[in-house]
Design a protein around this ligand. Sequence first.
Ligand code: GLU
Length: 252
Amino acid sequence: MRSNLKVNIDTVELKQGARLVVKIGTAVITNNKSAVCDRIINTLASQISTLQREGFKVIIVSSGAIAAGVHRMGWKQKPKKISHLQAAAAVGQVSLVETYEKEFKKNGLTTAQVLITGEDFSSRKRYLNSRATFETLLNENILVIVNENDTVSTEEIKVGDNDTLAASIATAVQADLFVILTDQKGLFTENPTSSSKAELIQSVDVDDEMLSRVVSKSHSEFGTGGMETKIKAAKIVARLGIDTIIASGFEV
Ligand code: GLU
């Protein structure tokens, strides 16, 4: 697994037509202030559109629905009750995809929304159906934006965090590269918010046992998994030989 590489084809060796799954965390697109940040999505959309124009195929897995919904409903903080979280996701998902659609349209790209639950991976029929849909959308050069279908996901069927969801998508579409954009610069040897000795890890093998020491559960109010789920996600895609990049979503 490599870290701290940007979403920039000059820094990574990718074959022509390579597929990238890019997971964008809540803390990146809401800048931790809850509302969807147009400026950040504008920057990401222009970078991703450049990749798409150069012949790469990008699928976005974006979090942020719950945070955006909480903001839109005027709630002061993230609720605990499941039905409230699901209601927030229903409201916020609209703002989220509306912003992506608006920003990608400026770059000449059409977007599609795909909402998924864990059942879509465990039922073979649903898995094959959704995979065929992804193939069609990719072939048509549509920018697909995926999120968990939080509104209907109960404990039994939910994937639970978008790092894992994105890893499953990367596996299903046989991606060439998995990119996780976060509010951190990448993976650190220690928690950088509490230790001044923390060093950015440039490159590490997913099976390196040092990873168990660097895992920090600290995360923002709205994000779900912290570094732990990101490393787990990297291990899922590594089984197919897919590299993962964990990088800052704020660096251009
Ligand atoms: N699906 C959740 C949302 O859109 C995010 C889950 C996650 O951050 O992993 O708010």
